[in-house]
Design a binder for this molecule. Structure first.
Ligand SMILES: [Zn+2]
Length: 343
């Protein structure tokens, strides 16, 4: 892969050749992770197996990954899950968190390949890039458990006093970063989230982190560049809702950015909300290109969704879209790795 790097002096710590090597390595790791893990339902044996696999991967590259147990309740019943945290010290104690959930949705036939093995393994790819070079800021890479059934891992992380957040200057959430038609970066909604169950509420919707990442994406001239979505009936330009692990951080006063692969130009089941990920006809009963929606809205069942469906598996997706997915994954690894070296 060839890249034009215009911010050469800011990001000279990384060379194009080392990145290319590590990027292809990340794609291999993603497929390996899919091979060894099945449906990673919250609090399941499979979720724990995935956690241990990730911990071992960090150990193999010389990094300590700490398992942080937490419990959560659903309908009066208590469950156990774990977050996994890797801290890489930088020159400053000021800290950037990059987080991604590693559990998967159950009961839909999904194996959680794009949602969210892709985000989880990007953290691993980023770790390989940054672990042995001087960083301006301290970086925490955090794998969250139990996201799909209620954002419990990141909520526990934020509410846990052990995880002191006073030095945290930003949080980047990676959730479903491959598979859709476009790669987006969102900020939190200006209209505050409900922020229930978050201990210290101090809502922050500052788009500063999103805008810095977007500027860097343009400078890097990535093959699959990141954009912001236009204003739709559901969301203002570049803003997103509260349905993933950025939510508790925005609620506790931290600027967030959220990388996500989908398509906000499609008039989906509930309008232009970004839930339909692709115009690719294999994911529709019938797609009307001109109207950018289902040919027959009353009878459409697939709606261009990959996440939370049987299509979200390595077996299905890598057979059909290998190159596209690998390229999208590489864009995320490159963007985040370079970003963490910016002063
Ligand atoms: Zn997800």
């Amino acid at each position: 892969m060839t890249k034009t790097i215009k911010l050469s002096c800011l990001i000279c710590a990384l060379t194009v050749s080392t990145l290319t090597h590590a990027e292809s390595n990340t794609w291999k790791k993603l497929k390996a992770f899919a091979d060894v893990t099945d449906v990673r339902g919250a609090s399941s044996k499979e979720e724990f197996k995935a956690l241990k696999w990730l911990q071992n991967q960090y150990q193999a590259i010389g990094l300590n990954a700490e398992i942080q147990p937490f419990s959560f309740s659903v309908k009066g019943k208590t469950y156990e899950s774990n977050n996994l945290e890797v801290v890489i010290k930088g020159k400053s104690a000021k800290t950037v968190i990059v987080g991604a959930h590693y559990d998967g949705v159950t009961g839909s036939g999904s194996k959680g390949f794009i949602d969210n093995a892709s985000g989880a393994i990007t953290l691993l790819g980023v770790a390989e890039q940054i672990k042995s070079k001087p960083l301006p800021y301290t970086v925490r890479l955090v794998h969250f458990g139990a996201e799909e059934i209620g954002i419990f891992g990141s909520e526990a992380y934020v509410n846990n006093q052990k995880n002191n957040l006073k030095n945290v200057i930003g949080m980047i959430n990676l959730d479903t970063i491959i598979g859709g038609d476009y790669l987006y970066i969102h900020s939190a909604q200006a209209k505050p989230y409900s922020c229930k169950k978050i201990d210290k509420q101090n809502y922050n919707s500052n788009p500063i982190l999103r805008d810095k990442l977007l500027a860097l994406s343009h400078s890097l001239n990535l093959k699959n560049g990141f954009i912001i979505h236009p204003t739709t009936s559901a969301f203002k330009q570049g803003e997103t809702g509260s349905w993933s692990d950025h939510y508790p951080f925005a609620c506790s006063g931290i600027p967030i950015a959220y990388l996500e692969s989908t398509n906000f130009l499609i008039n989906g089941k509930d309008g232009y909300d970004g839930y339909s990920q692709t115009t690719d006809k294999q994911f529709w009963d019938c797609f009307d290109d001109k109207k950018m929606t289902a040919c027959h809205r009353q009878t459409e069942s697939k709606w261009g969704n990959i996440w939370h469906t049987k299509f979200d598996s390595a077996t299905f997706l890598t057979a059909k879209e290998n190159k596209k997915l690998e390229s999208q994954l590489n864009s995320a690894v490159t963007l985040i790795s370079h970003f963490l070296f910016l002063p």
